[in-house]
Design a protein around this ligand. Sequence first.
Ligand SMILES: [Zn+2]
Length: 157
Amino acid sequence: MSELTVIDGFEFARMGRSLSGKMDVSRMDRLADLLYSKSGQVDYALAGGVDAEGAFLLHLAIDGVLHLRCQRCLGDIEYPLGLKAGLKLVKEESDLPDIEEEDPDVDSIVVKDKMEILSLIEDEILLDLPFSPRHATCESGSEIVRESPFSILKDRI
Ligand SMILES: [Zn+2]
């Protein structure tokens, strides 16, 4: 497993670099409260690029299965991740686009030169997770109610 977990995001995008690996779920501290079990790993793939307007982009894909804690019965919910995120890198808050002008498939983020891949992965997973994960019916097991407050919020803006 690669221990390279800090990148220079702008350089990475400009050079069109790519990187993939596995990340232990147990390292994702901000997820801990939501998890039934910290076992396992997620696969990630990160690719940099520059768009036609010269903006620096990162494409992040995350695959794996998380074990979330059901908020009703406290049982195990298998939650498959199949995440793809497009991120546009900007240097200053003032460079962020107005929300109505923003491409809905691309999130703009303010980054310093050094980006921690772990926290990037954590951020994207947290955005994807349901606010209050629970089984559709607790007795029958693993199916989850899939509703993310973030996606609802996004549709309203
Ligand atoms: Zn349940």
